[in-house]
Design a protein around this ligand. Structure first.
Ligand code: NAP
Ligand code: ZN
Length: 425
């Protein structure tokens, strides 16, 4: 087993993140095969045969010319949108210096959520540019501020849609649902506490207040963990809140994309009879065989919809575009709730079916991400049950094509950007 001497100072965050993923033993020894694979994937040449490597020798194996970012300057390279219409492109910008409560994270992977696409295209009407999207972030801690107690250098961590909140209101203190804090700071397209714009996870590194940094359990590979930080918590939280987690119930999941495929897996892990309601007949086989859904309904097929009328105890609606909510509510028994998490463009809002609510005493609910405490609970649940995201790993320069494919529903089921393999500062 080769031994790599651990660094005394972390000057090369990317090399340190790669080194950490080899899980070196206390004496620095790492499995030769894992080292060879890492060099083949992220470095150049082959790992030297010697017994002991200095960290600098190890880092040299992974040196690459920095990503060509012709615009901007600073210590961080990201992929940015500059307006609602143009493709995203590389951009250099400056991240803040480490504050006492900050954790500096070398980003290894970032998921592409449909919300990123809505925001890049200004479909919610509140976009500011340049925008570096990305709120499904995982990576390795490379530095902590002087007051940090929760995380340490080398930890595997994640960040979702929020990077700060007031820590003083009912939402923060009583509910522990910081997503409802009026002063919540979004991971990007938001203003930080000092008024500066926030930039997201399609970038080499990020600094985040330790309270908003999650621990990623060792058993979840980082590339599979990234989407849990949004798609995972956004479905886990309403399943728990609305009581959809009770075994023996029959729950529907609408829209088998990033969110939907997580919802199906959570419900199945909780022992719930799960029906997928989809516009895409081609997704049926995988929904039943891989995601283990119990039933699959094509929403455009009137016969199938009729046959399933009045059978469900609740629905989680994960659709990214305007669609017929009333038709879906027809699938539920009386006195049940459909929970909306999909967020269509503001100029094409969903129409809420009043008559359905009145005549069948049905309810329309909603939910937005989840609090930090619950996000950690969800990550630990995934570690215990083996639930994880099915992802397609892509390089950063595939970003714009990935966006087009998500819009067409052509993704199984989340694109995850291999940041450490494709964004090099
Ligand atoms: P996604 O991967 O694109 O999945 C959306 C799915 O919706 C598609 O795969 C498709 O599934 C279905 N769909 C798309 N267009 C449709 C249409 N016109 N009619 C009916 N069904 C349609 O998106 P995602 O990342 O899972 O996100 C889903 C939505 O949730 C987005 O609007 C996103 O912004 C929102 N979101 C909300 C929160 C929150 O906190 N509430 C958090 C994250 C994301 P089928 O092929 O199976 O029909
Ligand atoms: Zn998201």
């Amino acid at each position: 087993m080769p031994r790599i001497r651990s660094p005394t100072q972390i000057k090369d965050g990317r090399a340190f993140a790669l080194y950490t993923q080899l899980s070196p033993r206390p004496d620095g020894s790492v499995p030769k095969e894992a080292l060879d694979q890492l060099v083949a994937k992220y470095g150049k040449g082959s790992a030297p045969g010697g017994e002991e490597l200095s960290f600098e020798d190890f880092a040299a194996l992974f040196k690459q010319p920095s990503t060509q970012a012709t615009e901007g300057e600073g210590d961080c390279i990201g992929w940015a949108a500059f307006d609602a219409k143009s493709p995203l492109r590389p951009w250099r910008f400056t991240r803040r210096a480490t504050r006492p409560n900050d954790v500096r994270i070398q980003i290894t992977h970032a998921g592409i959520c449909h919300s990123d696409i809505h925001q890049v295209k200004n479909e919610w009407g509140n976009s500011t540019y340049p925008m570096v999207p990305g709120h499904e972030i995982v990576g390795i801690v490379t530095e902590v501020g002087s007051d940090v107690t929760k995380h340490k250098v080398g930890d595997r961590v994640g960040v979702g849609c929020m990077v700060n909140s007031c820590q003083n209101c009912d939402a923060c203190l009583v509910l522990k649902d910081e997503q409802f804090c009026p002063k919540q700071v979004g991971t990007y397209n938001s203003k930080d506490v000092d008024g500066s714009p926030t930039y997201g996870g399609y970038s080499t590194h990020v600094l985040v207040d330790e309270k908003f940094v999650l621990r990623v359990p060792d058993s979840i590979p980082l590339e599979r963990a990234a989407p849990l930080l949004c798609a995972g918590i956004t479905t886990y939280s309403p399943i728990k809140h609305y009581g959809f987690d009770k075994p023996g119930q029959s729950i529907g999941v609408v829209g088998l994309g990033g969110l939907g495929h997580m919802a199906v897996q959570f419900l199945k892990a909780m022992g719930v009879h799960t029906t997928v309601i989809s516009t895409s007949p081609r997704k049926k086989e995988e929904a039943l065989k891989v995601l283990k859904a119990d039933n699959f309904i094509v929403s455009k097929d009137e016969q199938q919809m009729k046959a399933a009328a009045g059978t469900l105890d609740g629905i989680l609606d994960c659709v990214s575009a305007k669609h017929d909510i009333g038709a879906l509510m027809g699938l539920m028994k009386a006195d049940k709730t459909i929970v909306l998490v999909g967020l269509p463009p503001v100029d094409q809002p969903n129409i809420l079916p009043g008559l359905q609510c009145i005549f069948r005493r049905q309810r329309v609910g909603g939910s937005i991400i989840g609090g930090i405490r619950e996000t950690q609970e969800m990550l630990d649940f995934c570690a215990e049950t083996g639930v994880h995201c099915l992802s397609e790993i892509v390089q950063a320069d595939y970003m714009n094509e990935a966006y087009e494919r998500v819009i067409k529903g052509d993704v199984r089921y989340r694109f995850v950007i291999d940041i450490q393999g494709s964004l090099i500062a």
